[in-house]
Design a protein around this ligand. Structure first.
Ligand code: HEC
Length: 113
């Protein structure tokens, strides 16, 4: 018989999956993208360019069409990657990253120069 602990962790996993599914079907996606545009301008544009076309002097590569889901982008942002420093939560919340991913996905790609 499954232990209470197992049942609890299963329930938590189900909630996590529901949250992920909700993310991609969210009716608030447009709203997230609008918020993400501001996050992008504040945090990412400096290195990746105004339209995600890549920054001057190779500061950051072009990132369109955007190839990451929010959980993947959160991992990259928290760990940093190469020349891209890690972002602490106080500068960039998980919600900020979810929003910025919605924005970048909505841009489609390839980037406008
Ligand atoms: C300080 C400059 C800088 C800032 C700010 C910055 N990036 Fe980057 N980013 C880079 C550089 C440089 C790379 C290439 C890293 C490497 O692969 O060595 C990179 C890589 C990436 C990649 C490619 C990772 C991959 O493996 O596909 C993504 C996606 C990305 N950045 C998204 C973002 C987003 C979103 C933001 C804003 C939240 C951001 N970056 C802010 C400099 C920056």
């Amino acid at each position: 018989m499954a232990s209470v602990a197992t049942l609890k962790s299963l329930r938590r996993m189900a909630w996590g999956l529901a949250a992920l599914a909700g993310l991609s079907m969210s009716p608030t996606l447009a709203q997230d993208a609008a918020a993400g545009k501001a996050v992008y301008a504040r945090v990412c544009a400096e290195c990746h360019g105004k339209n995600a076309e890549g920054g001057a002097n190779g500061a950051g590569p072009p990132i369109l069409p955007f190839a990451h889901e929010a959980p993947g982008m959160i991992s990259i942002a928290r760990a940093g990657k190469g020349e891209m420093a890690a972002f602490p939560r106080k500068d960039l919340s998980d919600q900020d990253i979810i929003d910025v991913v919605a924005y970048l996905k909505a841009l489609g790609g390839p980037p406008a120069k």
